[in-house]
Write a protein that binds this ligand. Sequence first.
Ligand code: SAM
Length: 295
Amino acid sequence: MKYKKTEEDKHSFSTMIMESSEYSPNECVFQDNEHGVWLYHADCLEFMDILIKKYPEGKFDMIFADPPYFLSNGGISCHAGKMVKVDKGAWDKSQGPELNHEFNYSWLSRCQKVLRPNGTIWVSGTHHVIHSVGFAMQQLGMKILNDITWEKPNPPPNLSCRYFTHSTETIIWAAKNEKSKHLFNYDEMREINNSKQMKTVWTMPAPNGDEKGFGKHPTQKPVRLLERIISGSTNVGDFVFDPFSGSSTTGIAAIHLGRRFVGTELEAEFLALSIKRLKDAISKRKSHLYLASEG
Ligand SMILES: C[S@@+](CC[C@H](N)C(=O)[O-])C[C@H]1O[C@@H](n2cnc3c(N)ncnc32)[C@H](O)[C@@H]1O
């Protein structure tokens, strides 16, 4: 896949013209230059390969990645009181630990290159994927800053009664490399935490019905979680990238907080959902200025 180099604009992605590939059409499906939002129907690896050529010094101030967890392998879970098979889609199937790790190393190495020198990356996951992510970050020489435990106060019960009830996800926060001078909005985090230093355990419910008003993504993250991540590690106007956008929760939070957002997603269904959510957030932002808040 190649890109056509046109006039450079440091605030824009509108000049990215890509060729389709066997994996994806690789086209921009939603763009709002005024609010700084670009969503691509693209394979994130192919997309980042192009960005690396276009921006050898890096482009993004922050990346949030919620990659496939590789947990759709016939297990069971509980949904609305009923036993259901864990099957989130073909994109979530495991290919075995070695290939899964190869995939994680592969997209993380590209993320490292598209980050600006002082940029940071946040990656969420359960035990199915997060240890491989942490190991790949170490292999790549990233600097691990924190691991956040996101605790869900209302998890589905464990039906087999042979395990503790799964109620947390881990989010690793890392800088591009050991030399990075990463941004942490310490005062803002302290302020929203009743003037106490914010700890690494964050208790927040999974997305509620309001956040799923335009449709559901099987692994949708709460907007509030992304607002905290973005406001803690970026400034207004910064570029935030999400390679595995899903329903574009990262984009919604970025719009609320006045940051620019670039996302890639492979599935047409989730892109359609994203576009509805992004348009809604933009229309609300015209009249409101949202701020990430505790409570
Ligand atoms: C865990 S979900 C992300 C959910 C998202 N955080 C949200 O709040 O909606 C991962 C997403 O990555 C997408 N995906 C998987 N492989 C991809 C790839 N190579 N490039 C772009 N998107 C991909 C899947 O279709 C899925 O929607």
